[in-house]
Design a protein around this ligand. Structure first.
Ligand code: MG
Ligand code: MG
Length: 255
């Protein structure tokens, strides 16, 4: 069921989203060569805890997962696309890092992700991140009343195709509110003018995931969580929680 939020609920979601934005900013400041992924998780935990927010990631156990998720961020490095567990891995110069983070405040949820490089970037990674950001920007611009879900999907896929990037078939954006994953699913590929009509009060997490090698399949690590490209190419994942409003798209997960 697709839930439409009231203006007061959108304000409450903005408060939750702001915590996510601040946590991601803290992670980004902390990320340097030599820093362990576990330390990035600790940086995010501090922000959540100081804000009095909970984590929708910690202890999350969807049907595919062999174990509850042990952290408040996902940290996916280089060929990891999404769902990486922040462990003792120490970042190296030139790594491409994607961090996904959620927060729950006063019963409302925010969900966002950033991709960035550590130390000296490879030009191909800079281009991959820029394309993924462009896809998210276009997706956000399409999140307006009068459009449909398919317009968002098409916006993402058009940027991927232009760059020759692959995208995981089964993963995309989603409705969000009291729960992290609500209806509707927002595929990262689709036909314009198709799908659910967008209206004021609909809140969506939009999240393009681009894979440099151009393939669309994934493999799962033995940990049962981390999803990697099958060709070893690098991936980027950028996400915002966005409200459709009559005044235009409102990004709820900025700091
Ligand atoms: Mg996310
Ligand atoms: Mg999400």
């Amino acid at each position: 069921m697709v839930e439409i939020k009231t203006n007061g609920e959108l304000e409450a979601m903005r408060a939750a989203g702001r915590v996510v934005g601040r946590a991601l900013a803290a992670v980004r400041r902390a990320a340097k060569p030599g820093v362990r992924l576990r330390e990035l998780d600790e940086a995010a935990r501090s922000v959540l805890s100081e804000a009095g927010a909970g984590s929708p990631f910690l202890g999350y156990r969807p049907s595919f997962a062999p174990t509850p998720f042990p952290a408040v961020i996902c940290a996916s490095v280089n060929d990891a696309v999404v769902h990486g567990i922040p462990d003792g891995y120490a970042l190296r110069d030139g790594d491409l890092v994607s961090i996904d983070c959620g927060a729950k405040l006063d019963g409302w949820t925010g969900d966002a992700a950033v991709s960035f490089t550590v130390g000296t970037p490879r030009p191909a990674d800079t281009a991959l991140i820029a394309a993924t950001q462009q896809a998210l920007d276009r997706a956000i611009a399409a999140a307006v009343p009068g459009n449909r879900i398919g317009d968002i999907s098409h916006a993402v896929a058009t940027v991927a195709r232009a760059g020759g990037y692959g995208m995981p078939e089964e993963y995309g954006g989603h409705g969000i509110g009291r729960e992290m994953h609500e209806d509707p699913h927002v595929p990262n590929r689709g036909r314009p003018r198709r799908g659910l009509p967008l209206r004021h009060g609909l809140v969506l997490a939009l999240e393009p995931m681009f894979m440099a090698g151009g393939r669309n399949d994934l493999r799962t690590d033995p940990d049962g969580w981390t999803l990697r490209t099958t060709d070893g190419s690098r991936a980027a994942h950028i996400e915002h929680t966005v409200a459709v409003t009559d005044d235009g798209p409102r990004v709820l997960t900025l700091p």
